[in-house]
Write a protein that binds this ligand. Structure first.
Ligand code: MRU
Length: 358
């Protein structure tokens, strides 16, 4: 399976019955694919951030279910539909915030429900996992076009944009969500420069986004997060463009910690704020952002970097890795089904309505 841009990296590859994940913990120094042949292994890879980014987590988990089905059918025969439940739960427990994980597992469970107990499930479940993977690639392309068109229409051609975390090929099945819009807008000549927030504590912006953009020859400057207000004031930024891990029924957006800061700053500086996410990131079962479980990770991520201590021994740490941007700070949400300007509950309902033609 390939993305539309040959220079774009592939984070997730299914080959010869096994899952290959590009180890994002050691980029940009080393490009190493790790191989997985069990659901438990895939769950560990998600937890440890070998693979990260909401859509990429969902796609990987879908392939994890294929591996689980193979193991359960081999070990338990016609009891496989019962025994696979524990393995699916292990995948579900890997990370809590990105709803794409649970969306993908739900889709795989529906496919399981349609299967008989007696027949080998692997081939049919693989078709469903590939469908999930391919639909993300297609969604990336569509969102790229929609988002670029918004930039073109807002008379911002030739100006810079700012982004946060990594939302590119590494975080998705295709060319990316926010970074997909940035790529498309750059190809069409609508933007000429990207400002990337380094994104503490895991450095997705510096290690991953800057790397992806430089590989493609898209001009990028890296800034520490504390510089964001100054960048907005001095660098002719037209849009902040970010991805999402979960969008609730009222249009609130959970994304990488620091996104909310940027939205507040953007409002003050008259910079517009765009969220780009496939509808697999929208969770209509939650009323608002306060209902989202925000993952907190190991304090070591904050006090140490590559074994070097950057804080005193014993310091107390609060390490939430996502925050919630309220809908009223968002100018537009771009999905593959269409765009929602100034999101609210009514507009989100209309977007997600089964009656919508798309
Ligand atoms: O902790 P991570 O690296 O998985 O967080 C990723 C993000 O917050 C991304 O912005 C989000 O998943 C959207 S990616 C298309």
């Amino acid at each position: 399976m390939t993305t539309s841009n040959p220079k774009s990296v592939e984070a997730i590859i299914w080959r010869d019955g096994r899952l290959l994940l590009l180890d994002q913990r050691i980029l940009p120094e080393q490009e190493v694919y790790l191989t997985y042949d069990s659901a438990e292994g895939v769950a560990g890879a998600i937890k440890d951030m070998v693979v990260r980014g909401a859509p990429a987590i969902g796609i990987s988990a879908a392939y994890g279910v294929v591996l689980a089905a193979r193991a359960c059918f081999a070990a338990d025969g016609d009891q496989w539909k019962t025994t696979i439940a524990d393995k699916i739960q292990v995948l579900a427990d890997s990370r809590p915030t990105a709803v794409n994980l649970f969306w993908a597992l739900d889709n795989m469970q529906k496919a399981i429900n349609h299967l008989s107990d007696q027949n080998d499930p692997e081939a049919v479940l693989l078709v469903e996992a590939i469908r999930i993977h391919e639909s993300d690639i297609a969604a990336n392309r569509t969102m790229g076009e929609f988002g670029a068109e918004i930039i073109a229409q807002s008379n911002d051609a030739g100006r810079s944009v700012m982004t946060h975390c990594n939302t590119g090929a590494l975080a998705t099945g295709g060319v990316g969500t926010a970074l997909g819009v940035i790529r498309t807008a750059f190809e069409k000549g609508y933007i000429d420069h990207v400002h990337a927030d380094e994104t503490r504590p895991w450095f997705q912006g510096s290690r991953l986004t800057a790397w992806e953009l430089m590989r493609e020859g898209i001009p990028v400057s890296l800034n520490v997060e504390g510089a964001a207000a100054h960048v907005m004031r001095t660098q002719d930024i037209s849009w902040v463009i970010v991805g999402a891990d979960r969008i609730t029924a009222n249009g609130d957006v959970a994304n990488k910690i620091g996104t909310y800061n940027l939205a507040v700053l953007a409002m003050h500086h008259g910079v517009r704020f765009m969220v780009v996410a496939p509808t697999s990131t929208i969770d209509m079962s939650l009323a608002c952002g306060e209902d989202i479980v925000i993952e907190e990770r190991d304090p070591e991520e904050v006090v140490c970097y590559k074994g070097l201590r950057v804080a005193p021994e014993g310091v107390e740490v609060f390490n939430p890795v996502f925050d919630v941007t309220p809908a009223d700070l968002i100018d537009v949400i771009v999905t593959e089904k269409g765009i929602v300007e100034r999101p609210d509950a009514e507009k989100m309902r209309a977007l997600m309505s089964k009656d919508r033609l798309h």
